[in-house]
Ligand binder design. Structure first.
Ligand SMILES: [Zn+2]
Length: 563
């Protein structure tokens, strides 16, 4: 059993605000035992309780990340990870160092390099050849929309000047047509079948790595937004079960099983049976270690559309052309809606929570149509279905959103006016649609329940960065641009509540995400109180201590990817 704890000298975030009547918490037997003054809480814990001085920092429930890909993120962190590279030379030096440290690897795989460090955002294959002669190297950029490949890697995949660009991607070339080393969008797929698939042990290591990084950021639970065969990444089911069996998992984890796109009206019933069987495998493991630290497959992930940058977000009105005129392109719906209207009510009646990826207004409306069908079929509203991303939403659909009972699952880090968003999205959407992106405050005003998640590794999993953007509608550190749709900004208290208690709804566990007597002691202690700083400095908040089930799992000063 852990020692009891006292957290003192704290700004306690209780019920949506900083509590002015208390500054200490007592933790006994893994749960919150007392809230009050230091003297009050001392009486409720053992005499040898460890005392943690919060130095006036904000104490919140542990953050719950409602949409993330932690296995992928952990694999990236353990691979040749260039996220922290500061310029081109640094990135190249990091590659040679990684290659030297891993001489046994046939392929060097990794990513996180930054386009702005290289001319036109396109580093050359020759740079990799100089860094590690003859090595096969494949490195995805930080946006995950392009890859940088070495000459040996290009040769191994058989790409030459004779290779045609795929329909959905570009092979960057010199004047003679020879590949220069970068592969955009669908051209990255050329390499998939040559790259090594991570082993079970590597995936287990990745989950532990992700968990450790989450600990450092005050995050105590995650909802894995894709478990299943997706884009050649391999299924992580076995790795999750193995991590639990080895006693290595101490986060609350819920998994969304990936809805395959090849399901037809003829195979719906077979598919439903398959998902129930897969959930059963997770369900059998409940309570393998500590019953509270459980891994459950609760949800089905339905990727309705893509992203606007590649014109794959599904819109009601068409994308614009370079002159600002409407094209006939409405984007892509990934599913036949008739299949969804058949299978998703069946899965909901079988007890699955539905997790939609919906970016364009048409994808959001189609998701709502499905939820209306689920309701008509008698689905249980306590399953807390949710729609993630919500970028280009038709405000006229908000009443339907309210009626559906769905949760808005926000990836708030993206809700920023930035140079990149202006360059990429403004021409495609036009000013009017640009100006109503991510309408979080409109959803809040209509009383749609809010939850938050990161989409790590697409974005940093540091909650304070996303909260900063939700409040400021600008990227961390940005002060010169006008904010994106400033009326859609949320208050700091609303954001923290969304990332904790709001997210607990997605986890289907209302004991989580709250500071109250008897609640599990999953706690994050920040190094400061962001309610005391001006809003443009919220992003400077850092997690200092993380407690899960009454046990300190992190203590220090986290380095954020934003540093
Ligand atoms: Zn995602």
């Amino acid at each position: 059993m852990n020692r009891d704890l006292i957290i003192t000298n704290a700004a306690l975030f209780i019920d949506g605000r900083v509590d002015d009547a208390s500054d200490s918490l007592g933790i006994a037997n893994g749960a919150i035992a007392a809230i009050g003054s230091h003297d009050d809480v001392e009486a409720a814990v053992a005499a040898d309780a460890e005392v943690i001085d919060a130095h006036g920092g904000l104490v919140t429930p542990g953050f719950l990340d409602c949409h993330a890909h932690p296995v992928q993120a952990g694999l990236e962190r353990l691979s040749c990870d260039l996220t922290d590279s500061t310029d081109a030379d640094h990135a190249v030096a990091m590659v040679s160092e990684f290659v030297a440290a891993h001489p046994q690897l046939d392929w060097i795989v990794g990513g996180g390099w930054h386009m702005q460090h290289f001319p036109d955002g396109k580093p050359s294959a020759d740079l990799l050849e100089a860094a590690a002669p003859g090595k096969k190297i494949y490195l995805v950029n930080a946006d995950h929309h392009g890859a940088w490949v070495s000459p040996a890697g290009i040769a191994a995949a058989g790409v030459t000047e004779a290779s045609a660009d795929p329909a959905d991607g570009i092979i960057d070339r010199d004047e003679a047509g020879r590949p220069t080393g970068t592969f955009q969008e669908g051209a990255m797929e050329i390499f998939q079948k040559f790259l090594p698939i991570p082993s079970l042990d590597q995936r287990v290591d990745a989950i532990v790595e992700a968990q450790n990084y989450y600990h450092s950021l005050g995050v105590t639970g995650w909802h894995d937004a894709i478990v299943g065969e997706y884009a050649g990444s391999g299924d992580s089911t076995e790795a999750y079960l193995e991590t639990v069996d080895r006693g290595l998992l101490n986060h609350i984890v819920t998994a969304a099983l990936w809805l395959r796109r090849d399901i037809t009206l003829d195979t719906v019933d077979e598919a439903v049976a398959g998902y129930i069987a897969q959930r059963h495998r997770f369900g059998d493991r409940i309570g393998v270690s500590d019953p509270r630290y459980r891994l459950r497959a609760t949800a089905i992930k339905v990727m309705m559309d893509g992203v606007p940058e590649s014109k794959t977000a599904a819109l009601k009105e068409p994308y614009l052309d370079a002159c600002g005129h409407p094209t006939d392109d409405l984007g892509t719906s990934h599913f036949d809606q008739a299949v969804l209207l058949d299978i998703l009510p069946k899965l909901a009646l079988a007890g699955f929570q539905l997790h939609f990826h919906a970016i364009g207004d048409r994808a959001i409306a189609d998701s709502l149509e499905v939820l209306e069908a689920v309701k008509a079929a008698g689905g249980d509203p306590a399953l807390n279905h949710h729609i993630a991303h919500l970028q280009s939403m038709d405000l006229e659909d908000i009443p339907r959103f309210v009626a559906s009972g769905a949760i808005a699952n926000m990836q708030a880090l993206w809700a920023a006016n930035s140079q990149q968003m202006r360059e990429l999205n403004l021409p495609l959407f036009g000013q009017d649609r640009y100006d109503i992106q991510y309408p979080f405050a409109s959803l809040e005003k209509a009383r749609v329940p809010l939850a938050m998640g990161s989409d790590w590794p697409v974005s940093t999993p540091d909650p304070w960065q996303a909260i900063h953007v939700a409040v400021n509608r600008l990227e961390p550190g940005e002060t010169s641009l006008p904010p994106l749709a400033p009326d859609e900004a949320l208050s700091l208290g609303t954001c923290i509540t969304a990332y904790t208690r709001g997210s607990s709804r997605v986890f289907l566990d209302d004991t989580l995400g709250r500071i109250e007597i008897g609640a599990p002691a999953d706690i994050a202690i920040a190094n400061a109180n962001p309610f005391d700083v001006s809003p443009e400095d919220i992003w400077l908040t850092r997690n200092a201590t993380t407690i899960i089930g009454g046990q300190v799992v992190y203590s220090g000063t986290a380095t954020s990817e934003a540093d």
